[in-house]
Design a protein around this ligand. Structure first.
Ligand SMILES: NC(=O)c1ccc[n+]([C@@H]2O[C@H](COP(=O)([O-])OP(=O)(O)OC[C@H]3O[C@@H](n4cnc5c(N)ncnc54)[C@H](OP(=O)(O)O)[C@@H]3O)[C@@H](O)[C@H]2O)c1
Length: 126
C-alpha cells in the first residue's frame, strides 16, 4: 500500500489531497500543527473509510518535525510520498511596511519548513 504524509492537511488543499489519495486506497499520514483540528479532519476521513493517522507537525519546529518522524516510523518503515503542502500567505502586510519579523514567519513556514521536513524524512544513507 502506498503511504503519504501531507503537511498542513487539516484543511484546504492539503485536506482535499488527503481525501483523494485516501479514496485511492493510500495510507494517509495527516500532518496538522493543531492537534484538535487535525484530529477532527482525520475523523472525517476515517468516517469515509480512509486509512488515516493524524500526525502533530509544525513545520517551523525542528522538535515537532522529529516527533513526526518518530510517530510515522512507528507505523511504517517506508514513507513513499511526502507532500510539502503547509504554507502561509503572511499577514498581507504592505511590502513597504513589512518587518523582518513579518517576513521571517513566511520564510520559516514556506521555505525552511519543506527543507526541515524533507531532510528529516529522507531515508538514512545506505
Ligand atoms: N489556494 C491557492 O490558490 C494556492 C495558490 C498557490 C499556492 N498555494 C499553496 O498551497 C498550500 C495550501 O494552500 P491552501 O489554500 O490550502 O491554504 P490554507 O487553507 O491556508 O491551508 C494551509 C495549511 O497549512 C497549515 N500550516 C500553516 N502554517 C503551518 C505550520 N507552521 N506548520 C504546519 N502547518 C501549517 C495550516 O494549518 P492551520 O489550519 O493550523 O492554520 C493549514 O492546514 C499552501 O502552501 C499555499 O501557499 C495555494
Amino acid at each position: 500500500m502506498t503511504s503519504v504524509l501531507i503537511t498542513g492537511a487539516n484543511k484546504g488543499l492539503g485536506y482535499e489531497t488527503a481525501r483523494r489519495l485516501g479514496e485511492l486506497g493510500w495510507r494517509v499520514f495527516l500532518g496538522s500543527r493543531d492537534e484538535g483540528r487535525g484530529r477532527a479532519a482525520a475523523q472525517r476521513l476515517a468516517a469515509d473509510g480512509v486509512d488515516v493517522l493524524m500526525v502533530p507537525l509544525d513545520v517551523t519546529s525542528q522538535e515537532s518535525v522529529a516527533g513526526a518522524v518518530r510517530l510515522v516510523r512507528e507505523h511504517t518503515d517506508q514513507l513513499d510520498v511526502l507532500v510539502n503542502n503547509a504554507g502561509t500567505p503572511g499577514g498581507g502586510v504592505n511590502p513597504a511596511d513589512a518587518t523582518a519579523g513579518d517576513v521571517h514567519v513566511v520564510y520559516d513556514t514556506n521555505v525552511y519548513g519543506p527543507v526541515r521536513v524533507t531532510q528529516a524524512f529522507l531515508p538514512p544513507p545506505t
